[in-house]
Design a protein around this ligand. Structure first.
Ligand code: ADP
Ligand code: MG
Length: 480
């Protein structure tokens, strides 16, 4: 039997507001437990929630970013359930009338194909608290700091057909929310959480029964959790069993999913409109204000990078992965005057160094302007690419501008033909047997043997001779 995988994702993006969605308590991460939950977050008697305007602004921005139908009128509803980390006994969410309606995003697949993934809806809601199991013997600790933190829950259509596509879609949403500045995207801290709904079916058949996978805190685990789950469901069906609709927990240590609870239906939650909150009604002035200062979005920026800097799709995609990186690239190009060179260095040398240091682009010890200054000296032949790597190392570990380092260490490239010819002559004279062998060889062999002489000349010049000129002069000399 040929099975087809069907995946839909529910993504909770924690909105980067300073205060909670219905109270003035702080949303800062990492505070002492239970110091940032106020009476409203706990739902104590006599309190009333007041909607945080900024959370609405962020939802409007997201709606525009995915070309969704923004709903002018949306309604908060109570989702009722009991859990120790939910002292109110209900979560304020949106149900029938969410603020963001149908939209879509494009994902770039490995083979370079584009594919559109539908977004069913996105709604505003409050987060619950957190149960802590680790530091407690036989007990559970409850930290309510997170209670009332604003979330945007983004629900996709079941449009994805592989773990890879699901990862591409999740990354795309991650990229968008960070570009538009509504979520910091930190998956370790839980600011961006992905639940995966997974089912299988005979190719092209009716939708199968799904399992919802939780506790996924990286893109790598998302891919692994889905792949494990698909295999599990195939085993169940092929051995004559049935997939049950349930919530399953991904365990990264064992790389498997385990049943957590059977899946509730929407009507289990007894949703009803929250009587404490007015419907959200958006007018043009509010929407216009929310959308001022929207940045260029990832797709547009990638397309512009292809055009303006003559980059391939995949290089442009890499350089626009985050807004910070794209800004860095453009600032470096401006300084270097060579877009191709800047792309090569940022994706190569710089990315490698950042990676080794566990740094992201915002923490680079070499600013875009300083890197551009180094690249300008390659472009105008002051130094070779090889020497530039030395200069880069120095800039990385000691700081400073390329020009000063080149000056102080006498690294300027030798482009004076007379000076290079002198070194070439010396090398040719010092290696008579190699010269003889070269002159006997056929053209193909000669091309290989030239490397030896180039190496000698470069060594004698401490790497400073212009390599193009060295090659040219050597060839002329040896063939004379
Ligand atoms: P709930 O809110 O109860 O989890 P929804 O109907 O809102 O249920 O669906 C949640 C997610 O599950 C959506 O992203 C949707 O695309 C996905 N989904 C629904 N049915 C399936 C299915 N058969 N296989 C895979 N994903 C599915
Ligand atoms: Mg769900």
């Amino acid at each position: 039997m040929q099975w087809e995988t069907v995946i839909g994702l529910e993504i909770h993006a924690q909105l980067a507001t300073r205060s909670k969605i219905f109270s003035g308590a702080s949303t800062a991460f990492g505070a002492e437990p239970n110091t940032q939950a106020c009476a409203i977050d706990l739902g104590l008697p006599g309190v009333l929630p007041v909607l945080n305007r900024e959370a609405v602004v962020m939802a409007v921005r997201f709606s525009a970013a995915i070309g969704a139908d923004l709903e002018r009128r949306s309604v908060f509803a109570r989702k009722n359930y009991f859990y120790p980390d939910l002292p109110k006994g209900y979560q304020i969410s949106q149900f029938e009338l969410p603020i963001v309606g149908r939209g879509s995003v494009d994902i770039l697949l490995d083979d370079g194909e584009m594919r559109s993934v539908g977004v069913t809806r996105a709604h505003l809601e409050e987060d619950a608290g957190k149960s802590l199991h680790e530091d407690f013997h036989g007990l559970t600790g409850i930290d309510l700091n997170r209670a009332g933190t604003p979330l945007l829950e983004i629900v996709s259509e079941p449009d994805m057909r592989s773990a890879k596509e699901a990862v591409a879609y999740a990354r795309k949403i991650h990229q968008i929310v960070r570009y538009i500045g509504i979520c910091d995207g930190n998956m370790q801290e839980g600011s961006f959480r992905v639940d995966a709904n997974v089912s299988i079916r005979p190719l092209g058949g009716e939708l199968g029964t799904r399992a919802e996978l939780k506790n996924i805190n990286s893109f790598r685990f998302l891919e692994r959790a889905i792949n494990f789950e698909v295999e599990r469901q195939i085993d169940v069906l092929e051995s004559g069993g049935k997939v049950v609709q349930e919530t399953r927990l991904y365990d990264p240590d064992r790389d498997e999913t385990r049943s957590m609870r059977s899946k509730e239906e929407a009507n289990d939650y007894r949703y009803f409109p929250d009587p404490d909150l007015l419907p959200v009604e958006l007018d043009d002035a509010f929407i216009d204000a929310a959308l001022t200062g929207m940045p260029e979005l990832p797709d547009a920026r990638r397309a512009r990078f292809c055009e303006a800097y003559a980059l391939s799709q995949s290089d442009a995609a890499q350089l626009t992965a985050s807004r910070e990186l794209a800004d860095y690239y453009e600032a470096a190009v401006q300084e270097a005057g060579d877009a191709r060179l800047a792309a090569t260095w940022i994706m190569g040398e710089l990315a490698g160094a950042l990676n080794r240091g566990g740094l992201d682009i915002g923490q680079s010890p070499i600013s875009a302007v300083l890197l551009g200054g180094l690249l300008r000296r390659i472009a105008d032949n002051t130094i070779s690419g090889k020497i530039a790597k030395q200069v880069f190392e120095t800039m990385w570990s000691e700081g400073g501008a390329a020009d000063a380092i080149i000056q102080n260490r006498g690294l300027r490239q030798i482009t004076d033909a007379g000076a290079i010819a002198g070194i070439v002559d010396a090398v040719v004279q010092a290696n008579p047997s190699q010269v003889e062998a070269y002159r006997q060889a056929d053209e193909k062999k000669q091309a290989k043997m030239l490397g030896f002489f180039v190496g000698q000349v470069m060594q004698a010049s401490k790497g400073k001779a212009n390599p193009t000129q060295v090659n040219e002069l050597l060839r002329r000399k040896l063939n004379a």
